[in-house]
Design a binder for this molecule. Sequence first.
Ligand SMILES: *[C@@H]1O[C@H](CO)[C@@H](O)[C@H](O)[C@H]1NC(C)=O
Ligand SMILES: *[C@@H]1O[C@H](CO)[C@@H](O)[C@H](O)[C@H]1NC(C)=O
Ligand SMILES: *[C@@H]1O[C@H](CO)[C@@H](O)[C@H](O)[C@H]1NC(C)=O
Ligand SMILES: *[C@@H]1O[C@H](CO)[C@@H](O)[C@H](O)[C@H]1NC(C)=O
Length: 228
Amino acid sequence: MPGSGDRGAAWARWLGTGLLGLCLLPVSLSLEVSVGKATTIYAVNGTEILLPCTFSSCFGFYDLHFWWTYNNSDTSRTILDGIVKNEKSDPKVKFKDDERITLEGSIKEKVNNISILLRNVDFSDTGKYTCFVKNPKENHAGHNATIFLQVVDKLEEVDNTVTLIILAVVGGVIGLLIFIMLVKKFIAFVLKKTQEKKKECLVSSSGNDNTENGLPGSKAEEKPPTKV
Ligand SMILES: *[C@@H]1O[C@H](CO)[C@@H](O)[C@H](O)[C@H]1NC(C)=O
Ligand SMILES: *[C@@H]1O[C@H](CO)[C@@H](O)[C@H](O)[C@H]1NC(C)=O
Ligand SMILES: *[C@@H]1O[C@H](CO)[C@@H](O)[C@H](O)[C@H]1NC(C)=O
Ligand SMILES: *[C@@H]1O[C@H](CO)[C@@H](O)[C@H](O)[C@H]1NC(C)=O
């Protein structure tokens, strides 16, 4: 396939950028903030939910400022604000606007965890939670990562949509390959049959059993009609 080479190159480039981005390349990537793989998390009203956030910095840090904001369609506010003195000290909360929130994170083994726990969640807690990190050592605006919290009255069955989609795609591809193989086989079969038919036709219509293989242009010799 002509496209697969391009795709391979794009993949390699993507991987390369990802790996370099971890540390070596642009300064703007030096501070990474992450809420993990899920972009939406679900919590049942009345329970507690951990809003994850971690960050990493290649250059190290001191007096790093971090904060969490809450956003929905009609409000936007900072719900927690704190500081991490250096790589060896745990994050300290300076301000929070809700007693139900606690900082659960810690700084250890290179995992800079500034996750927060929200207790007794209510439907009104549904919204966007963004964690910001700003390293004074780097002259940049806050890096941030957002997670969406959806409060529900009961958890639906585990959402397997992605798995199902992947399975469907894989199944579809395999099915397609089998189908193509079958079509190929069928065409080959039909061609063979047609050729056999032709052969039979040649043989039968020539009425001449001297043909060795019945193919056109074969060496079946026609005897000159008259011989003196
Ligand atoms: C969650 O909400 C439902 C529906 O409003 C309510 O019946 C239920 O008691 C609530 N659960 C808790 C733990 O608050
Ligand atoms: C939160 O809402 C404010 C005002 O609507 C907006 O300026 C800001 O970008 C929003 N923040 C996030 C993280 O969506
Ligand atoms: C961050 O800390 C919380 C609370 O201790 C923990 O549940 C969570 O797994 C940690 N996250 C990471 C990425 O280590
Ligand atoms: C959050 O980070 C993105 C880049 O990841 C940036 O474009 C955006 O402006 C940041 N938001 C704020 C409110 O700083």
